[in-house]
Design a protein. Structure first.
Length: 82
């Protein structure tokens, strides 16, 4: 049996700004895990924003969110910061 191939391949080699929202408030002790990202608190959630160099780096950030054990709310591309 052949391995299942994804219907869509995401190829992004251009750095892109992303916003990753998670439940709860990340404390300063996690800042080094998300180096290069701005961490801000909004209500009962945390927003991580920053330039992500490629899809592998984005998946790495999402893995860190999972490893910490916090719930992911959303991931979105955002306008480049001027």
């Amino acid at each position: 049996m052949e391995p299942v191939k994804p219907a869509v391949t995401i190829a992004n080699t251009t750095p892109t700004w992303y916003a990753i929202r998670v439940e709860g408030c990340l404390t300063d002790r996690w800042a080094e895990w998300f180096e290069g990202m701005t961490i801000s608190q909004e209500n009962d959630s945390t927003l991580l924003t920053g330039l992500v160099v490629d899809q592998a780096a984005l998946y790495g950030l999402l893995k860190k969110v999972r490893d910490i054990g916090i719930a992911l709310i959303s991931v979105s591309r955002v306008q480049a910061k001027e």
